[in-house]
Design a protein around this ligand. Structure first.
Ligand code: ADP
Ligand code: MG
Length: 258
C-alpha cells in the first residue's frame, strides 16, 4: 500500500524505468545501489526480478512504488499508483482481517455499504471468506499473505509490486499461492513486478525474468518464459529454465568473488 509522486505519463498498467540510478548516503560512505537501470514492463506483463542479496532489488521496487526517489533517471507509470507487498504481511495486528482489507477502501473514501461488499468480494478472491472476523495472529503465514494480497488488491491498481512475498513460506503453501496469484493476475489483467531470489519461483511465475548484477545493480540478462500456463514448479520445462538462470546467477556472483 503506497502512493507515488512519479509523474504519470505512460499507458495504464505500464512501468518504465529510464536510466535509473540510486545512491545511498554521501561522500566516502556513499553506496551505488542501482546504476542506469532501464526497463519497460508492458501492461499485463508478469516480470520477475532476480539477483543476489544486496543487488538492489528492493531498492528498485521501492523507487517504482514512490517510497524513495531515484538519484538519476526517471520512472514512468500510468495514472494509477502501484500497490506494494512485502515478505512480512505488515497487517495491523489490532484489526480484524476484514478491517485490514478495508483500510485502503476507507482511504479511498468509499461509502460503507460499498466497502463491506468489496471486502467480502476480496476475501472470496483470496479464499478467506470465512476468516473476516479473525485477527492476523490467529492465521498461518500463508493466510496472512493472502490478507495482505487482498488489501493490496483493494487499492484497485493495475500494477502490483511484490518484494519476495512468499519468501518466508513453506514450499507447499508457496506452491498454492503461486496458483492463486497467477489466477488473480490473469483475471484482473494486472501488471506484476515480482522480486525473488528463488529462480524456480521466477520461472514458475514470470512472462519474463530479469537478472540484476551484484552491486551496483544493473540489468545483465533477461529471458522470456514461453511455457504455457497453468505451470507446475516441478515440471521439466520450469526446472530447465531455472537451471539456466541459476548458471547465470552463479557466474555473476562468482565474478564478484563472493
Ligand atoms: P536486495 O533487495 O537486492 O537484497 P537492496 O535494494 O535492499 O538489495 O539493497 C541494495 C544495496 O543498497 C545494499 O548494499 C544495501 O546495503 C544498500 N541499501 C539499501 N537500503 C539502504 C539505505 N536506506 N541506506 C543505505 N544503504 C542502503
Ligand atoms: Mg530485498
Amino acid at each position: 500500500m503506497t502512493s507515488t509522486t512519479t509523474t504519470p505519463r505512460s499507458a495504464a498498467g505500464s512501468v518504465a524505468l529510464r536510466g535509473v540510478t540510486k545512491v545511498y548516503g554521501q561522500g566516502g560512505s556513499a553506496v551505488l545501489a542501482l546504476d542506469g537501470v532501464s526497463l519497460d514492463v508492458e501492461p499485463g506483463e508478469f516480470v520477475c526480478l532476480v539477483g543476489a542479496s544486496g543487488c538492489g532489488k528492493s531498492t528498485l521496487l521501492n523507487l517504482v512504488a514512490g517510497l524513495d526517489l531515484p538519484s538519476g533517471g526517471r520512472i514512468e507509470l500510468g495514472d494509477a499508483n502501484p500497490g506494494l507487498m512485502f515478505q512480512e504481511s505488515a497487517l495491523f495486528p489490532w484489526l480484524t482481517v476484514e478491517a485490514n482489507v478495508e483500510v485502503p477502501l476507507k482511504l479511498r473514501r468509499l461509502p460503507r455499504a460499498e466497502r463491506k461488499a468489496r471486502v467480502a468480494e476480496l476475501l472470496r478472491t483470496v479464499h478467506l471468506a470465512d476468516f473476516g472476523r479473525t485477527r492476523p495472529h490467529q492465521l498461518s503465514g500463508g493466510m496472512r499473505q493472502r490478507v495482505a494480497l487482498a488489501r493490496t488488491l483493494a487499492l484497485d491498481t493495475p500494477v502490483l509490486l511484490m518484494d519476495e512475498p512468499f519468501g518466508a513460506l513453506d514450499a507447499m503453501t508457496r506452491d498454492i499461492l503461486h496458483d492463486e496469484l497467477e489466477r488473480i493476475w490473469s483475471e484482473r489483467r494486472l501488471t506484476v513486478l515480482f522480486v525473488t531470489h528463488n529462480v524456480r519461483e521466477a520461472a514458475r511465475l514470470a512472462d519474463r525474468i530479469i537478472l540484476l548484477s551484484s552491486r551496483p545493480g544493473r540489468i545483465i540478462w533477461s529471458t522470456r518464459v514461453d511455457v504455457p500456463r497453468p505451470r507446475r514448479i516441478d515440471s521439466p520445462e520450469i526446472a530447465s529454465i531455472a537451471a539456466e538462470v541459476t548458471d547465470r546467477l552463479r557466474t555473476e556472483v562468482g565474478r564478484h568473488g563472493q
